[in-house]
Write a protein of this length. Structure first.
Length: 274
């Protein structure tokens, strides 16, 4: 991977992490189109660009995060603690998937044909979910309940499949449950911060001290140059800031069907080329 490829893939990651079109699916499509070697430092690059998008969330939503943290230090049951509990509840499904099914999910990335088929089908599923939000308009609730937070967390856990959009799945699920669209995008973006950072720490551990099982599965990839990682990080961070802010506005205006049409076209194209 060179700096130009890192720039393009970083932009793809930053934009598609928040837009409901699947960052994992588009990263795989990008790597396929650019002809990058998935084993050449791919895990390191993935960690770097994912951490960059987490930082973009912290930058865009810093006022909301500061308000929640301030409320937590009041040490009484308030809205901040309720919000924090919902975040923790939403993390349960992705934690279970990460502990029990991580190897199964990673197996979808080993075979190129299977990976492309999964990406294509999951993009079509994302399209269906986004289309449903356009036609199904349940009465909106102002407060997100722990049960709804858990169900949205299940949608996030399902979105570990390449091509199934995390933001699209969580936001669409929340809208279909009747939650307020004004706060749903913010919750969707904040709930992913702990899982992404936790996954990054675990993957970074594999890079520093790879086990025999990890080497047998992934091989010993050559490290990427620092310039490549830096370019990818900056591209993902800047584009992530833009996409995060844009997506919050889009959810409030509820014009997600256009992304559904895009995902349907992209899914059919990937399946046709597989």
């Amino acid at each position: 991977m060179n700096e130009i490829q890192a720039l393009l893939l970083g932009l793809v990651q930053g934009l598609t992490e928040y837009l409901p079109v699947s960052s994992s699916g588009h990263l795989e499509i990008g790597k396929m189109l650019l002809g990058t070697d998935p084993e050449a430092g791919g895990l390191t690059f993935s960690i770097v660009v994912h951490v960059a998008t987490v930082l973009s969330t912290l930058v865009i939503l810093w006022k909301e995060i500061a308000c929640i943290v301030k409320g937590l230090f009041q040490w009484r049951w308030n809205e901040a603690w309720k919000y924090a509990v919902n975040i923790l509840v939403s993390m349960i499904p992705i934690g279970v998937v990460g502990l029990l099914f991580k190897d199964t999910v990673e197996s979808f990335y080993t075979d190129e044909h299977v990976r492309n088929m999964v990406v294509g089908v999951c993009l079509l599923v994302t399209a269906a979910l986004l289309t449903l939000t356009h036609y199904a308009r349940p009465r909106q609730r102002e407060k997100l309940s722990p049960l709804h937070a858990f169900i949205i967390g299940v949608a996030q856990a399902c979105a570990v499949l390449p091509g199934l959009s995390r933001s699209g799945s969580t936001i669409a699920t929340g809208l279909l449950l009747g939650n307020s669209k004004q706060s749903l995008a913010q919750f969707s973006f904040l709930m992913v911060i702990p899982p992404i950072l936790g996954e990054a720490l675990l993957d970074f551990k594999h890079i520093l001290a790879p086990s025999a099982e990890y080497l047998a599965t992934h091989g010993a990839a050559a490290p990427l140059p620092l310039s490549v990682l830096l370019v990818g990080f900056l591209a993902a961070f800047v584009s992530g800031c833009v996409a995060c802010k844009w997506m919050i506005t889009l959810v409030r205006s509820c014009k997600l069907i256009y992304f559904g049409i895009y995902c349907a076209c992209a899914g059919m194209l990937v399946l046709a080329l597989s």
